[in-house]
Design a protein around this ligand. Structure first.
Ligand SMILES: Cc1cc2nc3c(=O)[nH]c(=O)nc-3n(C[C@H](O)[C@H](O)[C@H](O)COP(=O)(O)OP(=O)(O)OC[C@H]3O[C@@H](n4cnc5c(N)ncnc54)[C@H](O)[C@@H]3O)c2cc1C
Ligand SMILES: NC(=O)c1ccc[n+]([C@@H]2O[C@H](COP(=O)([O-])OP(=O)(O)OC[C@H]3O[C@@H](n4cnc5c(N)ncnc54)[C@H](O)[C@@H]3O)[C@@H](O)[C@H]2O)c1
Length: 472
């Protein structure tokens, strides 16, 4: 039996960062991983999806600028795009990340981790051997999430693609159907239509419908321009994999959709089914509810923490890594009996999870947003003012691309005169997002923002236009 100060279960981006932070704080930590060190993000999510999307975006960008456009004489090289994707997924080999763990002094325990009692974790290796490790102070669950597959008749038997199979696809299907209208569905519809698939998107609840309304409208319109059949309101009733390998989807209105592959992208389920939660009075398969310092609710002694996707606060890598820094620091503070600062915006509170989550969706157009939408701000009881501006109406955007189309929205809390939400839609808006994140997280007063002068001629001049529209 080995003992460490902290044991982390799951070496995705979040678990890795928890372990690193704990060790930086002077404690010992070991990490348990059953698959690849680096987790979903490195091999089947963020990195390979963005690699699949980037070549198409670069081609579009060149085609939107006269002079460059004339130099583009061909179409996307699909094989080269897939090779680049393979490189960004490190060929599904985690040697690089294992070396990093070694370099930061975190032992890796390969195998499936299960909590068998208070602060005790059993690790079952691939050959079936089991090792028991004990944590002196804390166990952190960072086991992430997997694709949710709904109970639709015939769906599981039809062996649909989840995000994993789609992201790692060796060839591009001629016809791809997608159930879902969220982030994965929208990004993969963009990527695969640009790689040559004929895509049908069954977006029961709309396209990116949790964002500002203009987001889904613009993304749906652009997908349609690419030839994607965007079926808002369409719901799959049953699914069948045919003898010739194709898939037939019967919609609830009776219509039939035929495809070569079917991607199911309707959200995530927590990886907590088989981690021993029943041994400590928690429910297997449930999301782990946590307090503001990521300590799991209802565990006597307060030794269990959960960070990243598994706590359902925000299912994004950067936000999970932010939680990891909070967890690592708060465990160290508690062990060393140092003050815990878990007040809003304190060092040991993941306040931004509720107030300032940035996200970029790499569709065409790109979506960059932070904080609350107007609808969510109103639902939260804030007295707001919404300011909109046409992103195409700046000198910077007209230079950036011919026929630039985009939109910006700023949501102002009228009682505090600070921005609580910001959304940008348009080509290459991703890199403009951090200014908005700073304004929202920093609660920068509108009056002071007038002194943050955007450089001319950049697209970010939209900040000045939004302030002018708001008035002084
Ligand atoms: C297609 C797709 C694209 C995405 N794109 C983006 C993006 O562009 N930007 C972004 O911010 N987010 C993106 N996300 C979300 C992002 O991937 C997740 O938020 C992130 O991976 C969560 O990190 P995590 O460490 O919590 O979990 P994971 O990355 O899921 O890692 C959990 C790790 O725990 C291991 N594990 C699980 N159970 C056990 C066990 N019992 N014992 C041992 N090990 C275990 C798993 O093998 C895994 O390695 C995307 C998601 C998907 C599906
Ligand atoms: N660029 C990024 O930041 C990025 C990219 C991909 C994924 N992600 C993360 O991964 C997570 C998972 O993405 P996702 O797209 O699977 O989930 P999602 O929650 O973004 O979207 C799921 C969609 O499916 C719909 N839906 C739910 N049940 C359905 C059903 N039975 N039939 C039809 N539609 C149904 C929902 O209304 C929603 O529109 C997201 O939370 C996101 O944060 C992020």
């Amino acid at each position: 039996m080995s003992t460490y100060d902290v044991i982390v279960i799951g070496a995705g981006p979040v678990g890795e960062n928890v372990a690193d932070r704990v060790v930086q704080g002077g404690l010992t930590a070991a990490i348990v991983e059953r698959e690849l060190v680096g987790g979903e993000c490195s091999y089947w999510a963020c990195m390979p999806t963005k690699a699949l999307l980037r070549s198409g975006a670069a081609l579009r960008a060149a085609r939107q600028v006269p002079g460059a456009r004339e130099a583009v004489t061909g179409e996307l090289d699909v094989a080269a795009v897939l090779r680049r994707r393979d490189d960004f997924a490190s060929h599904w080999n985690d040697e690089g990340q294992v070396s990093w763990l070694e370099s930061v002094g975190v032992p890796l325990l390969r195998g499936h981790g299960r909590i068998s009692g208070d602060r005790v974790v059993e690790v079952t290796a691939a050959d079936g051997t089991t090792t028991t490790v004990t944590a002196r102070h804390a166990v952190v669950v960072a086991t992430g999430s997997g694709a949710l597959v709904p109970d639709i008749e015939g769906l599981r038997d039809a062996k649909p693609w989840t995000s994993r199979e789609t992201v790692a696809a060796k060839k591009v299907p001629a016809r791809l159907a997608i159930i879902g209208g969220g982030v994965v569905a929208s990004e993969m519809a963009t990527a695969f239509s640009e790689l040559g698939s004929s895509v049908t998107m069954l977006a029961r609840d709309g396209v990116l419908h949790l964002n500002e309304p203009f987001v889904g409208e613009q993304v749906a319109a652009s997908l349609q321009d690419k030839g994607v059949s965007v079926r808002i309101g369409a719901e799959a009733g049953s699914v069948k994999r045919n003898d010739d390998g194709t898939v037939s989807i019967t919609l609830t209105d009776g219509e039939q959709v035929e495809a070569d592959e079917l991607l199911v992208a309707i959200g995530r389920t927590p990886n907590t089914q088989d981690i021993g939660l029943e041994n400590i009075g928690l429910t297997p398969g449930a999301w782990l509810a946590v307090d503001g310092t990521m300590r799991v609710d209802g565990v006597e002694g307060g030794w269990l923490y959960a960070a990243g996707d598994v706590n359902r606060r925000v299912l994004l890598t950067h936000q999970g890594k932010y939680q990891a820094r909070v967890v690592g620091d708060v465990i160290v503070a508690r062990v060393k009996d140092e003050p815990v600062d878990d007040a809003p915006w304190g060092r040991h509170a993941a306040t931004a999870d509720e107030r300032a989550v940035p996200q970029v969706v790499f569709t065409e157009p790109e979506i960059a947003s932070v904080g609350l939408t107007a609808a969510k701000a109103e639902a939260a009881g804030l007295r707001i003012r919404v300011v909109d501006y046409d992103l195409a109406a700046t000198a910077g955007s007209s230079l950036h691309a011919e026929d630039y189309r985009g939109h910006a929205r700023m949501v102002v809390d009228e009682d505090r005169k600070v921005i609580v939400g910001f959304t940008l839609v348009g080509p290459d808006v991703a890199e403009m997002l951090h200014a908005a994140t700073i304004a929202v997280a920093g609660e920068v007063p509108i009056d002071r923002l007038w002194h943050a002068v955007p450089a001319f001629p950049t697209v970010s001049e939209v900040w000045l236009r939004l302030l002018e529209a708001y008035g002084r």
